[in-house]
Write a protein that binds this ligand. Structure first.
Ligand code: 2IO
Length: 413
C-alpha cells in the first residue's frame, strides 16, 4: 500500500502490476493525484469522476486531439458536440440497437463457433489469444460490414492504433510504428469507402458514407475516423471483458454454478465484471476552467484522467466494493447498459458509450455459447495470471482447461 510522501506514481511498475492495491489509498489520500512527467491529474473518487464526465462543458474531450486524432485521421464521435454530435451519434445508435442487434447476434454465433471448434477436442484454450482477440476483431468487421478475410491484417493495424490511444508514455519508435499502422489502415479503408459511396448497402460503412449533416455528406477522412473509432472502441475492450468475466466466475465457483444453471444471470455477471474490473480504466478530459476537487485546485487547461477502476470501487457508491457479487442490489443490472448505469465502465453523460447495448448482446451471447462447451472449466496447470495495461487493462492470457468435447458433440460429450 503506498504511503504519503512515498513518491507514489501511476507510471510505476508497482502500480502497473496491481493497480487495485492502490485504489483505496488514492481515494483517501490522493483523490487528485498529479503526475508531473505527463502533467496530468488523476481523479479516483466516484463523485469527482461522475462530475467530470457529466459536466461536458467544463471538462471537454479536447484531449483527444492529441491522444487520438493523429491515428484516427479525423475527429471521432466523442470529440463532437451539439447538433453534429446528435446527428452522427444517431447513425451509431441505429447500428448498435434494436433490429441491428439480431444480425450481430447471428454473427456472434457464426464467429464463435468457427473460432472455438479447433480447441474443443483438445480441452484447452487461451481465451484471450486463441479466441477473444480474433473474435473481437471479426465481430467488429461484421458490424462495420468490412471483409473478414483481411482480419489478421486489420488486427495488426488495430493494435498499433489502440497502442497510440491507450499509451501513457510512448517512445518515439513506438509512436512511429503506431502512426504507420494508422496510415496503412487508412490506405486500406479509402478505396472501400469510395466503392461504398457508389454502391451503398445496408452496412454501417455505407450508412456513414451516405449520412447527411447540414445537407452534406462526410469526406473520406471523416468517414475513416469514424470507422477506426468503431474498430478500436468495439475491439479493444471486448476480449478483455470476456476473459475477466470467465476469470471472476472461475474464482467464484458458487456464482459460476448459478450462472451455468441459469444463463439469465449472465447480464448481472457481465455488469458486475464491468464494475469490478472495467476494461477501460482511464477517460481523459480537458479542464476548460479552474476546478476544485476534494479541496485541491486543478488549473484551467489541465488534463484530467478519470480513474474508472477506483471510482467503481468507491465505498461511497457501492457496498463491499472489493467483492465480486452478481447479486449486488446497488448495481441495478437492467440499467447497467443504459444511460442510468450506476457503474462508470461505459463513462456517463453526453459521451457515454454508444455501443453499450451491443457490448451486452455480444458478451451475453458468446458467454452463453461458451459456458456449456467449456465443461468443468479451470485454469490450465501452471498457468500464471497476469494483467497488462493502464488505460485499457485485461489479462495478457487466460489458459483454460475443460472436459474435451468429442467429435460432433454439442458440449456435453
Ligand atoms: C476510441 C479507448 C478503447 C471511444 C477513443 C479515441 C474514443 C472513445 C473510449 C472508448 C474505448 C477505447 N474512448 N471508446 O474510452 O470511442
Amino acid at each position: 500500500m503506498p504511503m504519503v510522501g512515498s513518491g507514489f506514481s501511476i507510471l510505476s511498475e508497482d502500480f502497473a502490476a496491481a493497480p487495485h492495491r492502490s485504489f483505496a489509498w488514492l481515494r483517501e489520500h490522493a483523490p487528485v493525484h498529479y503526475e508531473p512527467s505527463i502533467d496530468s491529474y488523476f481523479l479516483s473518487r466516484f463523485q469527482d469522476v461522475k462530475r467530470v464526465l457529466t459536466d461536458h462543458e467544463a471538462f471537454t474531450t479536447e484531449t483527444l486531439q492529441v491522444r487520438a486524432q493523429p491515428v484516427m485521421r479525423g475527429p471521432v464521435l466523442a470529440q463532437m458536440t451539439g447538433a453534429e454530435h446528435t446527428a452522427k451519434r444517431k447513425t451509431f445508435v441505429r447500428a448498435f440497437t434494436g433490429a441491428a442487434l439480431q444480425d450481430h447476434t447471428r454473427a456472434v454465433h457464426a464467429n464463435a463457433a468457427d473460432l472455438i471448434a479447433p480447441f474443443l477436442a483438445r480441452g484447452r484454450v487461451d481465451l484471450v489469444n486463441d479466441f477473444g482477440k480474433p473474435f473481437a476483431v471479426q465481430m467488429t468487421l461484421d458490424v462495420l460490414g468490412l471483409d473478414k478475410e483481411d482480419w489478421r491484417q486489420v488486427a495488426e493495424w488495430h493494435s498499433g492504433v489502440a497502442e497510440f490511444i491507450t499509451g501513457i508514455a510512448l517512445t518515439p519508435e513506438r509512436r512511429r510504428h503506431c502512426l504507420d499502422c494508422a496510415e496503412q489502415l487508412e490506405a486500406y479503408l479509402v478505396p472501400v469507402i469510395e466503392h461504398r459511396r457508389r454502391h451503398p448497402g445496408e452496412d454501417l460503412v455505407s450508412k456513414l458514407c451516405t449520412a447527411e449533416f447540414d445537407g452534406t455528406t462526410m469526406g473520406n477522412d471523416e468517414v475513416t475516423a469514424l470507422i477506426v473509432n468503431v474498430l478500436v472502441a468495439a475491439t479493444e475492450p471486448a476480449d478483455k471483458t470476456l476473459a475477466l468475466l470467465f476469470k471472476h466466475l472461475i474464482d467464484h465457483p458458487d456464482q459460476m454454478a448459478r450462472v451455468r444453471r441459469d444463463p439469465a444471470l449472465l447480464p448481472a455477471a457481465i455488469a458486475e465484471t464491468l464494475r469490478y474490473t472495467p476494461p477501460v480504466q482511464l477517460i481523459p478530459r480537458l479542464a476548460q476552467r479552474e476546478a476544485v476537487f476534494a479541496g485541491t485546485t486543478v488549473p484551467a487547461g489541465a488534463t484530467v484522467f478519470c480513474m474508472i477502476g477506483p471510482a467503481n470501487r468507491d465505498p461511497e457508491a457501492f457496498t463491499a466494493p472489493d467483492t465480486f457479487d452478481i447479486d449486488r442490489p446497488d448495481l441495478g443490472t437492467a440499467r447497467s447498459f443504459t444511460a442510468a448505469a450506476q457503474h462508470l465502465a461505459f463513462g456517463t453523460g453526453l459521451h457515454q458509450c454508444v455501443g453499450a447495448a451491443f457490448a451486452r448482446a455480444e458478451l451475453e451471447t458468446v458467454a452463453a455459447m461458451l459456458l456449456p462447451l467449456l465443461d468443468q472449466v479451470r485454469y490450465s496447470p501452471g498457468f500464471r495470471y497476469r494483467e497488462t495495461g493502464l488505460y485499457t487493462r485485461g489479462p495478457a492470457a487466460l489458459s483454460l482447461d475443460f472436459t474435451p468435447v468429442r467429435e460432433g458433440g454439442t458440449g456435453r460429450g
